[in-house]
Design a protein around this ligand. Structure first.
Ligand code: ASP
Length: 326
């Protein structure tokens, strides 16, 4: 595991990025005249509002961004009414709730679980993978056994409501992701703490009625989430296969490294996905990014993608800019 000794290097690292809409030269973040918006937490979709509140409790008292994002995304994970994340998530076509999650800290450490069943908080298991194993990713039965060994409890994640929705779906059994409908939706969260460090987390039950064994972008470092503490972080939501094909979140962070604002960086990634398709019907993808200055932005293919922001001055749900009207 990368240890804290790297912090000094991070603090003095060079960086070219945009601070509150302005282009800044390399090294600007190590100079004290740049106003940094911190702490700040951003997360995808409406459920990000409540999730941000949980993260904020940790951030405002000087806690670590990593702890904040883990606590934040656990709010929708444990809410049975949220049908696209954790407990209560819609199942695959065999009626099984399978979960994907990953987490990444300011030192570049990361942990991930995919195709995990019976565990209410996959993000907490992902963090254990990061901190307690020499690996980055565990999947399926192996991830489940690892979770049990770490003290997690086996639980039934299929609520009566999600089971009823699945039985209804079985009558026609057509797999059809729908733009902005909560048969999918991931919570991706990024936080910049008072210390100026960024971490991120991403967790989902994936696309409803997927083939048993399907894994999307959300547990894949570089696709559903990427953090580089010298630059910023990004998360993705929407049709995971499209995000994986362009290494979406890594691309967003690289765009910020090349001087783009968070929104511009997200837009370029969206355009890359769009350029691969003649027909974008039913393909929604959104990216959300946060940079080292606490500047944030998002962009999606279609309207309807929103994200929650909490910082010392703001507590809002914002609509992302987008390419097309659905
Ligand atoms: N990206 C998620 C997946 O493909 C779903 C979503 O965010 O809508 O599993």
């Amino acid at each position: 595991m990368q240890k804290k000794g790297r912090r000094k290097f991070i603090q003095t690292a060079t960086l070219g990025a945009t601070v509150l809409g302005t282009q800044y030269p390399l090294n600007s973040f190590s100079k004290s005249n740049i106003e940094i918006n911190k702490p700040v937490v951003v997360s995808t979709w409406n459920f990000g509002m409540a999730a941000n509140e949980a993260a904020w409790k940790i951030l405002e008292t000087g806690g670590r961004a990593l702890d904040a994002v883990e606590a934040g995304v656990q709010v929708p994970e444990s809410d049975p009414k949220e049908t696209s994340v954790g407990y209560g998530g819609l199942p695959d076509r065999e009626g099984k709730v399978t979960l994907d999650a990953c987490i990444m800290d300011e030192l570049g450490n990361c942990g991930s679980v995919a195709f995990l069943e019976h565990i209410k908080s996959p993000i907490a298991v992902a963090r254990k993978v990061m901190e307690e194993t020499p690996h980055v990713m565990l999947v399926g039965e192996g991830a489940f056994q690892f979770a049990l060994s770490q003290g997690f409890k086996k639980e039934n994640l299929l609520t009566p409501e999600s089971e009823a929705a699945w039985k209804k779906w079985l009558k026609e059994a057509k797999y059809k992701p729908i733009v902005n409908i909560e048969n999918h939706d991931t919570i991706g969260m990024l936080a910049l703490d008072k210390n100026g460090d960024i971490s991120g987390a991403c967790t989902t039950s994936g696309m409803a009625y997927k083939i048993h064994g399907r894994v999307g972008d959300s547990p894949l470092i570089g696709a559903g989430l990427f953090v580089d503490n010298e630059i910023g972080g990004a998360v993705a939501t929407g049709v995971g296969e499209e995000v994986i094909k362009i290494a979406g979140s890594a691309i967003v962070v690289e765009n910020m490294r090349n001087g783009k604002s968070p929104e511009e960086a997200c837009k370029i990634a969206v355009e890359r996905i769009m350029s691969r398709h003649k027909n974008l019907k039913d393909i929604q993808v959104g990216f959300l990014a946060l940079n080292k200055a606490g500047d944030y932005g998002a962009y999606s293919i279609y309207n309807g993608f929103n994200y929650a922001v909490k910082d010392p001055k703001t507590k809002i749900l914002k609509d992302a800019n987008h390419k097309m009207k659905y």
